[in-house]
Design a binder for this molecule. Structure first.
Ligand code: 5GP
Length: 178
């Protein structure tokens, strides 16, 4: 049997909840009269998205896309693929992308480019976590939760090899040098 890396708490659940609440307040302020489309990036953002939208008390719709850039381990392959595209057109609508983490920026830059071509009225990005140390392309995060160090994080929806998504805290994997 292979050895499993041990998750250590980096951002406790209470801090994650307070961060999501702050982001919801910022989004409410800017979108309460706009009926935006929130586009969640699967799978990593599913818990964040679920918690966030329940704090938004205005009209909105939800879409999901799925992109793949990571293989099995903790290193990005650098190649981004759209695995699941938008189910409905967003032309003329206010689109807010909900992402779990921005690392090199390659994935989100690819997605924003794809969405921009759909001609939305506006296009903004909300990311729970930012790992700026390894950025390869510039990315503007309009609503940012927390900046994290250059470590591989799991929990609160984020995985390592499809494991650890269910952890309620944001954790780092012991020994991770990412
Ligand atoms: P990027 O293209 O910015 O390098 O990576 C973006 C995607 O890679 C994220 O949406 C996420 O799925 C994954 N990713 C990047 N850094 C991490 C990390 O530290 N932990 C986990 N679990 N996924 C990450």
């Amino acid at each position: 049997m292979s050895v499993q890396p041990e998750p250590l708490v980096l951002v406790p659940r209470q801090e994650v909840a307070a961060t999501v609440q702050r982001l919801a307040a910022e989004i409410k302020r800017d979108y309460h009269d706009k009926a935006p489309v929130l586009v969640g990036v699967l799978k990593g953002s599913f818990i964040f998205m679920a918690d966030l939208i329940r704090m938004l008390d205005f009209r909105l719709t939800v879409e999901f896309v799925s992109l793949s850039s990571y293989g099995k381990g903790t290193e990005s392959s650098g190649r981004v693929k759209l695995v699941r595209c938008l189910a409905s057109p967003v032309r003329g609508q206010d689109v807010l992308v909900i992402e779990d983490i921005v690392d090199t920026g390659l994935t989100i830059a690819f997605l924003l480019d794809y969405l921009r071509k759909k001609k939305p009225a506006s296009l903004k990005l909300c990311a729970l976590l930012d790992k700026p140390a390894r950025r390869k392309v510039p990315v503007t995060i309009d609503y940012l939760g927390l900046t994290v160090p250059d470590k591989f994080v799991v929990g609160y929806g984020l995985d390592w090899d499809e494991k650890f998504r269910h952890l309620p805290d944001v954790c780092v994997l012991e020994g991770s040098e990412d």
